[in-house]
Design a protein around this ligand. Structure first.
Ligand code: HEM
Length: 465
């Protein structure tokens, strides 16, 4: 008999049983879209619905997801609302580029994100994680309270800026990562005018002030590029072999323009640190409520580190650490919704013969948030059970029922990078410290740019005795 206590069920909105009114939809989209979804979104394979006048298809069926994201991906472009929000910030960066620009850029940048290349970053990831872990050196066994959400953002940013830019971002501000957060949170959100499809010249009140931050930010990126170009010219033998150098080497009529390089630097900073940071914080939070998981992770970390294994091997050698991170990505996918729009009419037939017509112009929502908590595809969908991702069980999870990094041609280019940095960071932190939840503190997930805790994530950090 399994004597283990019931698994931890972390906080999440209860599915709605009554559809929201139009006003409620606007309010909820502004405040927290995770609270929008009703029981059908968590129980049906697909739903045809309308948001305002927009015909929308919510897709949960893994076969239909595969059809949209992979098999017939050419018929599905990035949805208008996503582009309306993100394109003014990221312009032709990889996340928001379309058509030939996307194709050329993805091909040009793929080499730096191959698993082999990402593995090359392991040493820097370890050094930076260890440096960051020193922050808690004085907490003692009694511990001290830290906002883990803020801390993980700082940590993930320091890993990203070290590996991609060798830490050489040119800024007078000591808080460049705060600048990034400020930019994304001011600019990267839905305004009621977006939902009503007001033309671009109608002011978006929620983004006022964003433009100034964006200009400041672009200047930092342009200065960083200029500085590196100077070094490439003047000291060609002493240039860091990082992402920045690689991008600048791609400049030219057949590669990328300087503007496109600038857009991609912004994109990689934007897409590459907050996502990982959120998932790290949710992992520590869920693990704090799951004593047997914490014990298994600590044992594993102690054992592997005692062997002196290189950090590049940890992802393979620490299945519990990896599984806990993957389970946190399931319950709190940093990108909770992948939005597309059908270009031409399309039709899909399921293996059991059910057909669905998808008309041109329909918005498609593939939502890791509902998919990962779906009654049809997961046992105890709302419970934190990393065991699902241990090697002996992993095979039972279908490729298209678990999409923290998306799928198909637009799949996350940084997925291997993110998995590796997460395992290294968790192992370094949990080797020395315990992270405990504070009784009486309400932690609530909200969808802003990512799935994040509404009022931060205060936790007690103490030395492992
Ligand atoms: C846990 C961490 C991460 C998660 C959950 C995540 C998730 C995603 C998802 C779901 C997409 C696909 C979006 C769509 O199909 O609409 C995506 C795309 C992307 N991600 Fe990540 N990401 C993570 C980390 C990173 C990192 C570390 C980087 C860079 C270093 C990165 C760079 C990108 C870029 C550039 C794209 C656009 C790819 C394209 O459209 O060709 N991401 N990410």
């Amino acid at each position: 008999m399994d004597m283990r206590p019931d698994p931890f069920v972390p906080p999440a909105p209860v599915p709605r049983t009554v559809p929201p009114s139009r006003l409620e939809i606007i309010r909820t989209v502004m405040r927290n879209p995770l609270e929008l979804w009703g029981v059908p979104s968590y129980t049906l394979p697909w739903i045809k619905t309308k948001f305002f006048k927009e015909r929308t298809l919510i897709v949960n069926d893994p076969g239909l997801i595969r059809h949209v994201l992979v098999d017939n991906a050419a018929n599905y472009e990035m949805s208008e609302i996503r582009q309306l929000i993100l394109r003014p910030i990221l312009r032709d960066g990889l996340l928001t580029a379309e058509g030939p620009v996307w194709k050329r850029s993805r091909k040009a940048m793929a080499p730096v994100f191959t698993p082999r290349h990402s593995r090359g970053f392991a040493g820097q990831m370890l050094a930076k994680s260890e440096e960051y872990a020193e922050k808690y050196a004085t907490v003692g066994t009694g511990g001290a309270v830290h906002d883990i959400s803020v801390d993980m953002t700082e940590l993930a940013y320091s890993l990203l800026s070290e590996t991609l830019f060798s830490g050489q971002i040119v800024t007078e501000s000591n808080n460049f990562s705060d600048d990034v957060d400020n930019l994304l949170h001011r600019m990267g959100r839905v305004d009621p005018m977006d939902l009503l499809r007001a033309p671009p010249w109608v002011p978006r009140l929620t983004r006022i002030g964003g433009r100034k931050v964006l200009e400041k930010f672009r200047k930092i990126v342009a200065d960083t590029m200029r500085e590196r170009q100077k070094r490439m010219r003047e000291m060609p033998d002493d240039v860091p072999e990082d992402f920045l150098t690689l991008l600048l080497q791609l400049e030219g009529p057949n590669g990328l323009s300087l503007d496109e390089i600038e857009d991609n630097i912004l994109t990689f900073i934007g897409a590459g640190h907050e996502t990982t940071a959120r998932a790290l914080a949710w992992t520590l939070y869920c693990v704090a409520h799951s004593p047997h998981v914490r014990e298994a992770m600590e044992k594993e970390i102690d054992r592997v580190l005692a062997t002196g294994a290189e950090p590049v091997e940890w992802l393979e050698l620490m299945p519990w650490v990896r599984a806990s991170f993957e389970e946190a990505l399931r319950l709190y996918p940093p990108a909770p919704s992948l939005n597309r729009a059908a270009i031409a009419d399309d039709k899909w037939t399921s293996p059991t013969g059910e057909s669905i017509e998808i008309e041109a112009g329909v918005t498609i929502l593939v939502m890791p948030w509902t998919l990962h908590r779906h009654e049809l595809y997961w046992e105890k969908p709302r419970a934190f059970m990393p065991e699902r991702f241990l090697p002996e069980n992993r095979g039972k999870i279908g490729r298209f029922q678990y999409l923290p990094f998306g799928a198909g041609p637009r799949t996350c280019i940084g997925a291997t990078f993110a998995m590796q940095e997460a395992v290294i960071a968790l192992a370094v932190l949990m080797k020395r410290y315990r992270f405990d939840a504070l009784p009486g503190t309400k932690i609530w997930p909200v969808q802003k740019l990512t799935t994040q805790p509404q009022d931060g994530m205060p936790m007690r950090v103490s030395l492992r005795s």
